[in-house]
Design a protein. Structure first.
Length: 221
């Protein structure tokens, strides 16, 4: 990286960090005042409130990042123009295109970084926010994802699944109903089973039947 690039990016990154922090701070303060009565009513600990907003920082940063980059660029160029630095660079044979190339490449690199953060860190942080809000803010019990009731799932190729009880520890489903819809959104097959067991990498349905439509043919499993 050349000295010019380091010089241009130094002020730009300083402004970017400052603006990002300012945006996040404003967001937190506004949201805090909106939910303050709720926090007091639920008697939420200060540390839990701090963690609640800390977990939201990645998603907030990703959300405001494009605006922060644009404002940082305007600020950096404005300060350079104010101190006649752009004129000095042009006098020394450095074109505006060369100056903007640095910012464009930096913006492209940061965009890739933000995409990576959005695909990795943000989903994890959002899950932490949901769990923290449920347990520490709303004072509700944690969700047991290994044991769930009344599940509905939309699958591929026209299949929909309805499950009364799912036990992830035993890998067992109870009272399972599967509907197969055709392209006209009409039911062409229905599978009902009292029990489904995960076996040899597939779900094995037990004690049930298959009903075909419109022929209404029943086949015992």
């Amino acid at each position: 990286m050349k000295v010019l690039d380091k010089y241009l990016l130094r002020d730009f990154l300083k402004a970017l960090v400052f603006i990002l922090v300012a945006f996040i701070f404003v967001f937190v303060i506004v949201d805090l005042f909106d939910d303050l009565s709720k926090f007091i009513e639920k008697r939420v600990a200060i540390f839990d409130i701090f963690l609640f907003y800390l977990y939201q920082v990645p998603s907030i940063a990703v959300m405001v990042f494009p605006v922060a980059v644009l404002l940082s660029l305007f600020f950096s160029l404005g300060m350079m123009a104010k101190h006649y630095e752009i004129l000095a660079l042009k006098t020394n044979g450095i074109s505006l295109f060369r100056i903007f190339t640095t910012y464009i490449l930096a913006g492209f690199a940061m965009s890739l970084f933000v995409i990576l953060i959005n695909e990795t860190v943000v989903p994890y942080a959002n899950e932490k926010v949901r769990n923290h809000k449920r347990i520490k803010i709303n004072k509700l019990p944690a969700i047991n994802y290994r044991m769930q009731n009344n599940l509905k799932y939309l699958g591929m190729n026209g299949y929909t699944y309805s499950i009364r009880t799912y036990d992830g520890n035993k890998q067992v489903m109870k009272m399972v109903s599967v509907l197969k819809f055709n392209k006209e959104h009409k039911i062409e097959k229905r599978i009902d089973a009292k029990l489904a067991v995960w076996k040899d990498d597939v779900w094995e349905f037990q004690d049930g039947y298959i009903r075909l439509f419109p022929d209404t043919l029943d086949q015992q499993l």
